[in-house]
Design a protein around this ligand. Structure first.
Ligand code: BTN
Length: 253
């Protein structure tokens, strides 16, 4: 059932020693009628999910958190909130570690520490019969204590860099108020209100990058972020391609 913890910044907080996946638990709660503004975290996951169908290795000491929201927008705009989430995670990690500028955001919504992946975000949503967004689950995994040994990209943990791990609940306490803040900015100003902040912290913007899509690999200059969150890639031909899903490889990785 989960253990109730004191609410943080208007979020009800539930703690679980172990879950299959916090995103899955949030989905179950939504389907049982939970009204939203629910944050739940687990010490371990045995079926943690990553983006693009990948598994997320989920041993104890790291943060596994999912937030259930019921935003009053269409499904097309839900992905915008992954950028708000990345900003909140960036704020929270900077504050909790004091390592500020060493954290960067990587499109679409990874967090890097000294250029290596330290956190990932997975948004999952459900659409109602009327075509509107029924609920949104924002999942975030942060390598606080450990990171997987074999990844196709460089990875790290807070402990490996800082010399000490940050407790998951301390990071949650730093994160939830900032998530509320960036969601408010997004509600007031739309995606335009978070795009510039995101760009200011982004890795690889203006640089030559490689983007691996499902069926092809593209190279070009990461020239900007569109208002729908797509990455603009300026190809050598001069054409600009909007990338909506893919894996980015930065120079030197
Ligand atoms: C990625 O591939 O980078 C996204 C990883 C997201 C992992 C988090 S851990 C908490 C939440 N529950 C899950 O099953 N996945 C997300």
């Amino acid at each position: 059932p989960g253990f109730e913890r004191p609410a943080i910044a208007g979020w009800r907080v539930l703690h679980f020693p172990e879950l299959d996946s916090t995103n899955e638990e949030a989905r179950r709660r939504a389907q049982q009628g939970d009204e939203g503004d629910l944050a739940l975290y687990a010490d371990r996951q045995h079926a943690g999910r990553g983006r693009r169908g990948r598994a997320w290795v989920s041993g104890e000491g790291n943060l596994f958190l999912s937030c259930l929201l019921r935003p009053a927008v269409g499904p097309a705009r839900a992905a915008e909130l992954s950028f708000a989430t990345a900003l909140a995670a960036h704020d929270a990690l900077s504050a909790a570690t004091g390592l500020g500028p060493r954290f960067q955001l990587k499109w679409p919504n990874d967090l890097l520490l000294d250029g290596a992946k330290v956190a990932g975000i997975l948004l999952e949503s459900a659409t109602g019969r009327d075509g509107g967004l029924e609920f949104l689950v924002i999942g975030i995994g942060v390598n606080l204590a450990a990171f997987p040994a074999e990844t196709p990209y460089p990875a790290t943990s807070v402990a490996a860099t800082l010399g000490r791990a940050v407790a998951p609940l301390d990071l949650i306490a730093a994160f939830l108020p900032r998530l509320s803040h960036w969601i408010t900015v997004w509600e007031r100003e739309g995606f335009a209100g978070i795009r510039d902040a995101w760009a200011a912290r982004a890795a690889g913007l203006g640089e030559r990058i490689t983007v691996r899509l499902a069926h092809e690999t593209l190279e070009g200059v990461f020239s900007g972020l569109r208002l729908d969150g797509a990455l603009d890639l300026r190809l050598d031909s001069g054409a600009v391609r909007a990338v909506t899903a893919g894996d980015v490889f930065l120079p030197g990785t």
